[in-house]
Design a binder for this molecule. Structure first.
Ligand code: GLN
Length: 312
C-alpha cells in the first residue's frame, strides 16, 4: 500500500465534508420507513485488507442494508451450490432496467439474469438449501453477521414497513415460480428476501463486507474465512454488471470499482487486494443509488488512483 492510515483518514474527512455540501436526490419513499430517515446523515468508511478501519461522519448510525443484502446471499448460494450453478440457474447479465423491473423478467422468459436485482435475489434466496422458512432466514442472518459484524440485527420497524407494502415483489416471485425459476415456495422466498433487506448496519459494517471481498473471502476485521477464494471473482463480476442497477455502466466508466448500492442509502466499493470503501447518505438518484455516497467513493477512488481498469 502506498498510503498511510492518516492519509486515508484525511481523505475520508474531506469526502464527508464534500458530500454534506451536496443537496441532490431524495429518500426512497416507496418503503414508508425509509422516507422518515433524516436526509442529512452522511458517513464514509474504509476497511483495508490488513484490518484497519477508518471512518468519518455519522459512522455509528444504523440504517437498512436493503439491496446490499443481495451480495452476502449471493456469496452464500455460491458457497452452497458453486458459482457455475448460480450463473446457469439465475444468471450473469446486466438487465439494463430498474432493480424491480418486471419487463426485464418477461423479456427473458421469466429468468432473472442477475442475482443483484429483486427477481434474481428472490431466486437466490429460494435456491439456498434450507428445510423451512425460519432456517432459511437464520442462515442468511448468520452469514450477514459473519461477513459484517455480530451487531447486525433485524429491524422490526423496517421489516413490517416492507412486508406490508411489498406487493410488487410478491408479483415478481409468482412470475418466477410460474416459470420454474423459484426453487422454494414463492411467498417464503419473498418474505425471507424482505427480511434480509431489513437488517440494520453501520457504514463500517458495509466496508467490512466489501473488505471481505477485497481480502479474498476472509473478513479483514475478524480474520474469519467466509467465502471460498474461487467465488470472489464471479461475485465481483456480478457487482460490476448490476451492482448499481441501470447506472452500473456509468459507475464502471466513472469509478472503475465493483460496487453495490441499496435504497437505504448505502453504497460499497471493492478494491481487490487492497481495501474497501463504503458510503452512506439517504438521498437517492433516479436509479436508486445514494447521491452523496457515490460522490464520496468516487472522490477517494480518484485521489488514490484505484480504478481497476487503469493500468498501474
Ligand atoms: N427491499 C427493497 C426492495 O425490494 C430493496 C431495493 C433496493 O435496495 N434497491 O424493493
Amino acid at each position: 500500500m502506498n498510503y498511510s492510515i492518516d492519509q486515508l483518514q484525511t481523505l475520508a474527512d474531506e469526502a464527508v465534508s464534500m458530500g454534506r455540501k451536496c443537496s441532490d436526490g431524495a429518500n426512497a419513499d416507496y418503503i414508508p420507513f425509509l422516507a422518515s430517515v433524516p436526509s442529512h446523515l452522511c458517513a464514509l468508511s474504509i476497511v483495508t485488507c490488513d484490518g484497519n478501519v477508518v471512518h468519518s461522519g455519522d459512522a455509528d448510525y444504523r440504517f437498512a442494508i436493503e439491496s446490499i443484502s443481495k451480495v452476502p446471499s449471493l456469496a452464500l448460494a455460491m458457497e452452497q451450490k458453486g458459482a457455475e450453478m448460480v450463473r446457469t440457474k439465475i444468471g450473469a447479465e446486466p438487465t439494463g432496467l430498474p432493480f424491480n423491473s418486471v419487463l426485464a423478467l418477461v423479456a427473458h422468459k421469466d429468468k432473472p439474469l442477475s442475482p443483484l436485482v429483486n427477481a434474481g435475489a428472490m431466486a437466490t434466496v429460494s435456491f439456498l438449501d434450507a428445510p423451512d422458512k425460519e432456517a432459511r432466514w437464520q442462515m442468511i442472518l448468520d452469514f450477514q453477521r459473519r461477513i459484517m459484524s455480530a451487531n447486525v440485527s433485524l429491524s422490526d420497524d423496517i421489516n413490517t414497513s416492507e412486508q406490508d407494502t411489498n406487493f410488487h415483489n410478491r408479483g415478481i416471485a409468482w412470475l418466477l415460480y410460474a416459470a420454474g425459476n423459484c426453487f422454494s415456495d414463492p411467498m417464503e422466498a419473498c418474505e425471507v428476501y424482505t427480511r434480509q433487506c431489513s437488517t440494520l448496519v453501520t457504514c463500517d459494517d458495509l466496508a467490512t463486507l466489501a473488505g471481505t471481498l477485497a481480502n479474498n473471502g476472509t473478513n479483514p476485521v475478524t480474520g474469519e474465512k467466509i467465502i471460498s477464494p474461487q467465488n470472489i471473482a464471479p461475485i465481483l463480476a456480478e457487482m460490476t454488471m448490476e451492482g448499481l442497477y441501470d447506472y452500473s455502466g456509468d459507475w464502471a466508466f466513472l469509478v472503475g470499482l465493483p460496487g453495490k448500492s441499496g435504497v437505504g442509502g448505502g453504497v460499497l466499493a471493492v478494491v481487490p487486494g487492497q481495501m474497501a470503501i463504503a458510503g452512506f447518505s439517504p438521498p437517492l438518484d433516479e436509479a436508486g443509488n445514494s447521491v452523496r455516497a457515490q460522490l464520496m467513493i468516487r472522490y477517494i477512488a480518484n485521489k488514490l488512483n484505484l480504478n481497476v481498469y487503469a493500468p498501474k
